[in-house]
Ligand binder design. Structure first.
Ligand SMILES: Cc1ncc(COP(=O)(O)O)c(C=O)c1O
Length: 478
């Protein structure tokens, strides 16, 4: 197949160039109704915002250009079948879980997963068994699960219907997924991977291996996070001998809009083409630019640039840690004051997502470093030895109340300090990175309360913030 082609984008472009007269939805009529100030930003985009008219195919039953574009994607990733997703990895995670797991099935799931994974498990009413991740004391964050944790979980729950993991984590850390997948497959347990942050991993040896290359059964990727795709554009790759492809496809039809966005789908076609044409020369030049960026950051005395254990992780993620009284959130705000917007901050760190630049693309690294430097110059801070954050050692745990039991019990608000040992009735998700700290139905551990207090003090935001702002938690009144 010819990976330099972009069948979906090319057809949309030809269609737009004919200046089509639209007597169909969407109502903006390829931008005709857009005038005035908004025109400059909005109208161009709408030229590609078509719908399922003759010749433009249908995502839910592809036979033409969308089929061709998905086939190119399938070939590039070397799997049985790849799908375009128009509602992010969120919809991919929901569909893969719904396709693989039924009510009351036991599933092994990495504790620090994205909320869409938990929502998927709740929707099917499966029983989650949480596997605690390895905590990196230096970075102050949780990574992936260990091989021994997976072995132990499979010994305890040999009839689990799926192992659901996140790889890499938000900070680009990877773990020994190769061995984990082999172990799970030996026990006939399919492995479902949320690879939201790793769509570019097949781009050569400069990157860690993709879960797709390690034989995971289903892999979900937010193409929009690291490839040049539009927000919400994502991929689902199916490569399983255990699971049903038909199931996956039907759940995608149930969960995704019947009017999927053509600009998003075209951007997925463009992103696939971009990655397919990413050469070893591009990778080498990218490596030089990232090294230059990291070296520049290393000159700033208020921060240190973190490195991956064993040197293996996603090079696009560059994480810096504060070495002063400034928190990660403070640093992020300072950088924003100079027009530099980072991906996220936590109490100590700030994460930059470096662009997947190709050889010929210039990037103003020197200028960016100068701006960061001047942002830090304006800041007031004092030197401190950083307190190491700990998240305890979460092992293998399950909910004290399942979803059905939870539905029958009343909820009450109590002060956070009194909540230790009670059963939590709300999902506590600090943002970013959107990883649950407490699940509904879970016994509230002391470490969880400490984490909440610490994150609150350092300015983290929580989803459903109001109750926490008042110093309270919702619990089940058992
Ligand atoms: C690990 C992980 N999985 C899934 C998602 C959801 O991805 P999307 O925004 O593409 O729906 C995110 C979003 O940040 C994420 O970090």
């Amino acid at each position: 197949m010819n990976q330099t082609r972009m069948p979906l984008f090319e057809k949309l472009k030809r269609h737009a160039d004919q200046n089509p007269v639209s007597f169909h939805v969407p109502g903006h009529k390829y931008g005709e109704l857009i005038t005035g100030d908004i025109e400059r930003y909005y109208k161009q985009l709408l030229r590609l915002d078509a719908t399922e008219i003759n010749g433009l195919d249908d995502l839910h039953s592809p036979e033409g250009i969308i089929k061709e574009a998905e086939e190119l994607l399938t070939q590039l990733y070397g799997v049985k079948k790849s799908f375009f997703l128009v509602n992010g990895s969120t919809v991919g995670n929901l569909a893969m879980i719904m396709a693989a797991v039924k009510e009351n099935d036991t599933v092994l799931v990495q504790r620090n997963c994205h909320k869409s994974i938990l929502n998927g498990i709740n929707l099917v009413k499966a029983t989650p068994i949480f596997l605690g991740p390895v905590f990196d004391e230096d970075w102050g964050i949780a990574g992936g699960v260990s091989v021994s944790m997976v072995k132990q979980a499979i010994e305890l729950y040999p009839h689990a219907k799926a192992l659901i993991l996140t790889y890499p984590n938000y900070y680009g850390m990877v773990n020994n997924l190769d061995e984990i997948i082999k172990i799970a497959h030996c026990h006939h347990i399919p492995v479902l991977i949320d690879e939201a942050h790793g769509a570019h991993f097949i781009g050569g040896e400069y990157f860690p291996p993709s879960a797709v290359q390690l034989n995971a059964d289903i892999v979900i990727q937010s193409a929009h996070k690291t490839l040049p795709a539009m927000t919400m554009g994502a991929y689902l790759h199916f490569n399983s001998d255990f699971l049903s492809l038909v199931n996956v496809s039907s759940f995608l039809q149930i969960l995704q809009s019947s009017s999927p966005s053509y600009p998003i789908m075209a951007s997925l076609d463009i992103a696939r083409n971009y990655l397919a044409t990413f050469t070893a020369r591009d990778a080498k030049s990218l490596q030089q630019k990232i090294t230059e960026f990291r070296n520049g950051l290393q000159q700033l005395k208020e921060i240190r640039v973190l490195t991956y254990k064993g040197g293996i992780g996603d090079p696009l993620k560059v994480t810096i840690q504060s070495t002063t009284s400034l928190s990660g959130y403070d640093l992020q705000k300072l950088f924003e004051s100079k027009g530099i917007y980072t991906e996220m901050a936590d109490p100590s760190n700030v994460v930059f997502v470096f662009p997947l630049l190709k050889y010929e693309m210039a990037y103003p690294i020197r200028e960016i470093i100068t701006r960061l430097q001047s942002a830090l110059k304006s800041a007031a801070y004092y030197e401190i030895g950083k307190e190491k954050v700990s998240c305890g050692k979460p092992g293998i745990s399950r909910l004290a109340l399942n979803a059905d039991e939870q539905a029958k019990i009343e909820k009450v608000n109590i002060p956070i300090e009194e909540a230790i040992g009670k059963i939590c009735a709300q999902l506590i998700v600090p943002y970013p990175p959107g990883i649950p700290l407490l699940f509904p139905g879970e016994i509230i551990r002391e470490e969880a309360i400490e984490q909440i207090q610490l994150l609150k003090a350092s300015g983290a935001r929580f989803q459903g913030d109001e109750i926490l702002q008042d110093g309270k938690l919702i619990i089940y009144s058992t």
